[in-house]
Every structure is written in structure tokens, then in C-alpha cells.
Design a protein around this ligand. Structure first.
Ligand SMILES: [Zn+2]
Length: 60
């Protein structure tokens, strides 16, 4: 699969497609992970990252 569109285009396409948005559960967490049409195990991985603030919030 060759799905490497420029960010703007993929963002526009995302609004048209059914999007999944994952948000961090931590208070004040602004992390949002958006995806569409990804493999189930990839969804599980993204969900795990979104759910665990330490995994996406500890870099800075
Ligand atoms: Zn977070």
C-alpha cells in the first residue's frame, strides 16, 4: 500500500473518511491520535499509546 500523502491532503481526507480519534486520559493531555483504515493490531498499539500518558507525554 502506498498511502503517503502530504499531511494537508491526508488531513482533508481524514475529515471525509470515518476517523477514529484517541485522546489521552490524563488531565490536560492534548495528545490526539487520529487514524483511519489501519490494521486491527495497529489500532490496539495506538490505543495502548493513547491510553498510557507516560508513553506519549514524557518526552518533554
Ligand atoms: Zn497524554
Amino acid at each position: 500500500m502506498n498511502d503517503r500523502l502530504p499531511h494537508q491532503i491526508s488531513d482533508a481526507a481524514a475529515r471525509l473518511a470515518e476517523m477514529q480519534t484517541l485522546r489521552g486520559p490524563a488531565p490536560g493531555c492534548t495528545v490526539r491520535i487520529r487514524f483511519r483504515a489501519v490494521a486491527p493490531d495497529e489500532v490496539a498499539q495506538l490505543t495502548a499509546v493513547a491510553a498510557d500518558h507516560a508513553r506519549h507525554g514524557a518526552k518533554r
